[in-house]
Design a protein around this ligand. Structure first.
Ligand SMILES: [Zn+2]
Ligand SMILES: [Zn+2]
Length: 265
């Protein structure tokens, strides 16, 4: 009899307030579902979330953290982008299980922060990651060309990283793979009409693929509309396996290997 597969959630926000009330039950369900761990995102500008990281690590010792300032918050640093760098470094120093810088990037869909500020804060944080030898976790929305331009100008191919909640097409996936990045698919891949993403799910080589929930956002089928949680990453793996015509256990073990390679737990 083969052992049950082990899964890993490459991107979730369980240090957020939405999980403060029932964190232990959420972690228990994740472990019951076969999760070996998760990468938990911490906003470097959110003191409450940074403090909660200790609670998360105590409840689930195998989690690792990715710390960064989201592009939505970049406007706060418009006058002095170097402040973002200082804040990020302080947050990294305060959390010994930090293994990544992110989520960082550009979001032109919401444009909550001026684009100039988004660019500057993105660059500052890439430099911190390179200096620290950490990979980066990229959030990019409707900003593909500027994202790749900045990544090239900052020579990130030497440090590597992951495009989280990837929603681009096959060409964009190709560009990400060409600079040595991983592609992380979230619950959107379970949506019946996400045809472009279904193509990406079969196109990305297994050794460059990650799976995530982005909890509490983006609950997969059949949980759409509810609060998402790490246990549901199993649905993402199952959908990708079905699309590729392979066993879920193969997707699980490949993505777990990739997770360990990237985040060096
Ligand atoms: Zn994101
Ligand atoms: Zn996120």
């Amino acid at each position: 009899m083969t052992p049950d597969p082990l899964f890993v959630d490459a991107h979730c926000h369980i240090a957020g307030t939405q999980f403060a009330g029932d964190l232990e039950a959420v972690v228990q369900r994740a472990c019951d579902a076969g999760l070996a761990g998760a990468c938990v995102i911490l906003a470097a500008d959110n003191a409450q979330e940074l403090a909660q990281a200790g609670v998360v690590a105590a409840a689930w010792p195998s989690v690792r953290f990715s710390v960064g300032i989201h592009p939505h918050a970049a406007g706060t640093y418009a006058d002095e982008p170097a402040r973002a760098s200082h804040q990020l470094q302080a947050a990294i120093d305060a959390q010994p299980f930090t293994r990544c810088v992110g989520e960082i990037g550009l979001d032109y869909h919401y444009d909550f922060a001026p684009r100039e500020a988004q660019h500057a804060v993105f660059r500052e944080q890439i430099r911190v990651a390179r200096h620290r030898g950490l990979p980066i976790m990229i959030h990019t929305r409707e900003a593909e060309d500027d994202t790749f331009r900045i990544l090239a100008e900052e020579s990130v191919d030497e440090g590597g990283g992951v495009f989280h909640c990837f929603t681009g097409n096959r060409d964009m996936a190709r560009r990400a793979l060409d600079i040595g990045f991983y592609i992380s698919l979230a619950g959107i891949v379970t949506f019946p009409r996400a045809l472009e993403l279904h193509e990406v799910a079969t196109f990305v080589p297994l050794d460059r693929l990650l799976i995530e929930t982005d909890s509490p956002f983006l609950a997969p089928v059949p949980f759409r509309g509810g609060r998402n949680e790490p246990a549901h990453v199993v649905r993402v793996a199952e959908r990708i396996a079905a699309l590729r015509g392979i066993d879920t256990a193969v997707v699980a073990s490949a993505t777990l290997d990739n997770f360990r390679r990237l985040f060096n737990p």
